[in-house]
Design a protein around this ligand. Structure first.
Ligand SMILES: [Zn+2]
Length: 371
């Protein structure tokens, strides 16, 4: 019997173009499903990131080459394993790329993000145990069929396109950060980098979670009005980083109250001063959660943080349960993410799609491969 074949984009050498190849459709294990990939979200400029990866992030393992990358797949369940309980062929799903072992102390205590082998399927790993995880899960989303553990699946409603679902990674990162900051109807939230890919997701989720007021900072003013138009007039206000200190603007616009939460979504290479200044914009007992790309040592006044009972933390990705919550909010209409402009590429244009597209509209653009 000949094996069923599929197309896959594989990278043979870091930073080199991906090659389109025919490989066998993978078999699944009893607790997995086979997903026919309909859309896979990509980070534009992935080539540059992968070219520089080993220098920038030597402590974060990459999959063994040749590798199938692709972090944010969505598609249809094609086949289910014998021990799959809650999914059936035909289900529309998003595949959360967070892989965890299930057997370490963190996993057994229910904190799977704390797994000592935590790994992004189709992208990179976070721990020295990640290379083993890549051997167990070698298929990212840039191919036609991929196996996915049942624990990784999010059921998406019919009203949610596969292209939109392929954006759940960025959205979920912002959602988890907002949850950590206890954002709700009484909250005023400050989002640094508000018009970017992560920042816009944070806006959409903060609106869905009922935030009273959303403040934002950014440098590129061309998108300010578009972002403000996502809510009723006055609910979203934006400050240009060229117009002075964020803390002074927040002081003025909140009549001295400050914000309850800061979500920092600044992009790679951004200086840290705005993040440091934002700590001064927090109301007592407020939270600053960093999900942006500011790197290296950042000078924070620990005494100020203690005296004001502040919480400063990072946040990594999101659970499948949190992914399901977002899909459910889309279904009920509470979460509106209809503003994305999908830029869809077929698999054979993968290299064009990821080699850095100049004219994107900040976070409004959504780059998707349709295998
Ligand atoms: Zn674990």
């Amino acid at each position: 019997m000949t094996k069923k074949m599929m197309r896959a984009a594989r990278m043979h050498e870091c930073g080199q173009p991906m090659e389109l190849e025919q490989i066998p459709v993978p078999a699944i294990r009893p607790t997995e499903v086979l997903v026919k990939v309909e859309a896979c979200g990509i980070v534009p400029n992935l080539h540059n990131i992968l070219t520089n990866w080993t220098t920038w992030f030597p402590h974060l393992p990459l999959p063994k080459l040749p590798a199938i990358f692709g972090l944010d797949p969505a598609g249809v369940v094609e086949q289910v394993g014998d021990q799959v309980y809650d999914f059936k062929p035909g289900d529309r799903v998003y595949v959360n790329p967070a892989r965890y072992c299930g057997s370490c102390r963190s996993c057994r205590s229910g904190n799977t993000t704390g797994c000592s082998a935590y790994t992004f399927n189709g992208y990179f790993g976070f721990t020295p145990r990640s290379p083993r995880m890549f051997e167990d899960y070698p298929y990212g989303g840039l191919c036609e069929y991929m196996p996915a553990p049942q624990y990784s699946l999010v059921k998406i409603p019919d009203s949610m396109s596969f292209e939109t679902a392929a954006r759940l990674g960025y959205l979920g990162t912002a959602y988890r950060a907002l949850l950590k900051a206890n954002v709700g109807p009484t909250s005023t939230v400050l989002i640094n980098g508000i018009s970017g890919t992560l920042g816009l997701g944070a806006v959409a989720l903060a609106l869905a979670m009922g935030a009273r007021k959303i403040l934002g900072t950014a440098r590129n003013q061309t998108l300010f009005q578009r972002v403000k138009d996502l809510a009723a007039p006055g609910r979203i206000e934006i400050h240009s980083l060229d117009d002075g200190l964020t803390s002074e603007w927040v002081e003025q616009i909140t009549a001295g109250e400050g914000v309850d939460a800061v979500i920092d979504c600044m992009g790679p290479g951004a200086p840290a001063d705005n993040l440091v200044d934002s700590v001064r914009a927090l109301h007592r007992s407020g939270h600053l959660v960093n999900i942006g790309a500011i790197a290296g040592d950042v000078p924070l006044d620990l005494h100020w943080i203690m005296d004001n009972d502040l919480h400063i933390s990072g946040s990594a990705w999101f659970t499948s349960g949190q992914g399901q919550a977002m899909a459910d909010m889309v279904e009920s209409g509470v979460l509106d993410i209809s503003f994305f402009e999908h830029q869809v590429f077929p698999l054979d244009q993968i290299n064009e799609a990821i080699s850095g597209i100049e004219n994107r509209s900040g976070g409004f653009s959504n780059y998707v491969i349709r295998p």
